[in-house]
Design a protein around this ligand. Structure first.
Ligand code: ATP
Length: 693
């Protein structure tokens, strides 16, 4: 039976059309279903540059351009246009097979030929070309064919390449843009999903290429399914994946695997698709987990959009990691009585005083978590020889002994009182799971992995048996905003070479991204796997306004301007719910909320996202994992960022100081990269050293 797929760009176009046209397009799919009986009415195109392109009637005024197979009966709808335009489009385009990854691609031959003289002319004015640094061999290996290569060799400026996006074959353009953005040929090769094993694709076999391109060609079972796709207010991420996202979501891995990449590169989307893929395998329960309950709610909502049937939805549990640990704990021991931070501080203070020690509560609080629990220390001997790199003040041996006594007292007191912290619950839940012969989950997928503590990683390891496809990790260490820096290997998770890095940002404009990335220049950040993470090549194809940077003489002026900015956006038609305001401190957040409320702007908390159409106001930490059309970041002055109280003095511990500064930088980076279209950053006095003004 003839089958029609729809190219993703065509789908995007159709989604923007009026409902009746969409319905007619869906009917075209019905015609293919019936074609068995009646034959297909595909028109040949005179003077076509690619004789596999045909047109099909959609209605009186609209026609579709269809790629007809040379053999077999899998057709692809490439374009829907007005009658004359459809024929013209079909005449000027050609479909080919990318030599590097074997996927189909389409180019506008007329446009390439028309643009070539202009770029050649410009190239004659200079000796420097955009791709001088890349050899022909590398271009060829990256799938850049002769025609595109000839064009690329004449380019002198990135802007020319950006314009060429409309007519060059997409994968080849992606590769060129990656090279122009400073990626090495190897990085580009990985980025376009180059297949090392299959070096020789048959570039004449378009039918095989279509079958090999599931992330670009959506196959639907008839008009009803297509109408279903059209009708939902869905986001494109649900059906279109970049080849690397697709690979990460659908591959089989021999053990733990992960996906990394800068902000907005689609790691969460890949994690969601992987959860769906594994759920469809139906070989056991899938856990999709993340750091906070707010993020878990957002994941749950998106997961439900992807999992169509309740039966499959049932196979995926979405919870934040502490919630899962609490559940395991509660099943064995009943509900734990949780010690809150204020009570915990009071205990540390009392115990330190009892031992006449000078350690502060915050120091003890962190030391216990970051050294004792993180390294699973249970004895004085182990503590005395433990690594304390990056833990602030250096300790003499007698001080360590004293510290261990306080920590010991603390643990005893909690045990006697049957009081628990979330970390203790996690450790106990891990112990319980380690004893069980059967693990609760068959697959675990972790999102926002960069902030998980070693205790949480051990819990994850204990929740799933070591087996193929056991753990999948999505995260970006450039967005780490808490204090742990675990190595996956040390917590028993070996990802080997099973790592994919995404570089194409789908969220933010190139201008906002470039400005935000400038905060991280020359900052070396670990990759949780004992090497350094890279952010080079992270790029966006969408252009917009540069960030607005505003300096004010006083806090008062800064606050006034904040209200003015929000009003300007609201007047321009931005919905309140599309705006977020972030600040480093709780006090600034409270101030901003009260101020906006007083001015009659509807406001709500970031944590309670989705509760009405309100401007969300919250801390920079609270912005993690979220995105908004317009983002304001206030209080980015030199006295506010880095937040002094959060940074270890350099004279106390150089390494801890450097880590704290890096974390503060990342906090700001996270907040700024949540903006889709507009970013407004303000401060009073001098700007933070993190930003370039
Ligand atoms: N293949 C895709 N096609 C279109 N849009 C996509 C695609 N992948 C992701 N997106 C969109 O890009 C945005 C960012 O995606 P996502 O949240 O998965 O990125 P991320 O890498 O997890 O971001 P961050 O690390 O900053 O939280 C979302 O709006 C998502 O819908």
């Amino acid at each position: 039976m003839a089958r029609l797929g729809i190219d993703i760009d065509c789908l995007k176009d159709v989604l923007r059309m009026e409902a009746p046209v969409r319905e007619r397009v869906a009917e075209v799919f019905g015609k293919f279903e019936e074609a068995r009986h009646t034959g297909l009415h595909l028109e040949k195109v005179n003077n076509a540059r690619d004789d596999r392109l045909r047109t099909i009637r959609v209605d009186l005024s609209w026609r579709g351009v269809v790629l007809a197979p040379e053999t077999g009966d899998s057709y692809t709808l490439l374009k829907v246009l007005g009658h004359d335009d459809a024929y013209r489009w079909a005449q000027r385009h050609r479909v080919s097979v990318n030599a590097a990854n074997g996927r189909i691609e389409v180019r506008d031959l007329d446009a390439i030929e028309a643009a070539l003289p202009e770029v050649t002319n410009e190239a004659q004015q200079t000796t420097d070309r955009l791709f001088d640094h890349v050899s022909d061999g590398d271009l060829e290996r990256l799938g850049i064919d002769e025609q595109t290569r000839a064009f690329a060799r004449e380019l002198t400026r990135v802007e020319q390449l950006e314009r060429a996006r409309a007519f060059l074959p997409a994968t080849q353009w992606d590769a060129l843009y990656g090279l122009a953005a400073g990626m090495t040929p190897e990085e580009v090769w990985a980025d376009i999903g180059g297949d090392v094993e299959s070096t020789s694709y048959d570039t004449q076999d378009v039918d095989a290429a279509v079958a090999r391109t599931p992330e670009r060609v959506l196959l639907v079972d008839g008009p009803a399914e297509l109408m279903h796709v059209f009708r939902q207010s869905f986001a494109l991420w649900r059906i279109y994946l970049h080849p690397l996202q697709y690979q990460a979501a659908h591959s089989s891995f021999r053990g733990p695997a992960r996906i990394t990449g800068g902000p907005g590169t689609g790691k969460t989307v890949a994690a969601l698709h992987r959860a769906k893929h594994l759920a469809l395998q139906d070989d056991g329960q899938v856990l999709l987990t993340t750091f906070t309950s707010a993020l878990a709610s957002a994941l749950r909502r998106d997961m439900m959009l992807l999992l169509e049937t309740p039966e499959v939805a049932h196979r995926v549990a979405v919870h934040n990691v502490d919630q899962v640990a609490h559940r395991v704990f509660t099943e064995r021991h009943g509900r734990p009585a949780i010690l809150d931070k204020a009570d915990e501080f009071a205990i540390w203070k009392r115990l330190a005083k009892r031992r006449s020690a000078s350690f502060g509560e915050q120091f003890l609080y962190d030391e216990w978590r970051q050294v004792v629990l993180a390294q699973q220390i249970t004895s004085a001997g182990a503590y005395l020889s433990a690594k304390r790199a990056g833990r602030g003040r250096k300790l003499a041996p007698q001080q360590r002994v004293q510290l261990w006594e306080i920590i010991w007292d603390f643990q005893q007191e909690l045990q006697l009182a049957d009081r628990w912290t979330h970390e203790m619950v996690c450790v106990e839940a891990t112990r319980i799971l380690n004893e069980l012969p059967e693990k609760p989950y068959r697959h675990v997928i972790v999102d926002e992995a960069q902030d998980f503590s070693p205790m949480q990683w051990r819990f994850i390891r204990a929740a799933v048996a070591e087996s193929p496809d056991d753990i999948f990790i999505a995260g970006d260490t450039h967005q780490r905003i808490y204090n742990y820096r675990p190595s996956l290997r040390e917590v028993g998770i070996n990802i080997g070479g099973r790592s994919t890095r995404l570089t194409l940002n789908y969220r933010t404009t190139a201008e906002i991204l470039a400005w935000s990335l400038s905060m991280l220049h020359d900052v070396a950040i670990d990759d949780m796997n004992e090497s350094l993470e890279k952010i080079a090549g992270c790029r966006s194809y969408v252009h917009g306004d540069p960030p607005t940077l505003r300096q004010f003489p006083t806090p008062y002026d800064e606050r006034e301007a904040l209200v003015g900015q929000i009003r300007t956006w609201l007047r321009a038609g931005v919905e309140p719910g599309e705006i977020a305001v972030a600040a480093r401190s709780d006090i600034l957040v409270r101030d901003a909320k009260e101020l906006l409320q007083r001015q009659g702007v509807p406001v709500g908390s970031l944590v309670k996202q989705g509760t009405g159409n309100v401007v969300h106001v919250g801390t920079m930490h609270g912005m993690k994992g979220l995105e908004f059309r317009c983002v304001v970041v206030i209080g980015v002055g030199e006295n506010q960022l880095p937040a002094r109280s959060a940074v270890t003095p350099v004279e106390e511990d150089e390494l801890a100081h450097a880590h704290d500064i890096q974390r503060e930088r990342c906090v700001l980076f996270v907040a700024c990269t949540r903006a889709r279209e507009q970013l407004y950053v303000s401060w009073h006095g001098q700007p933070s050293p993190f930003i370039s003004v």
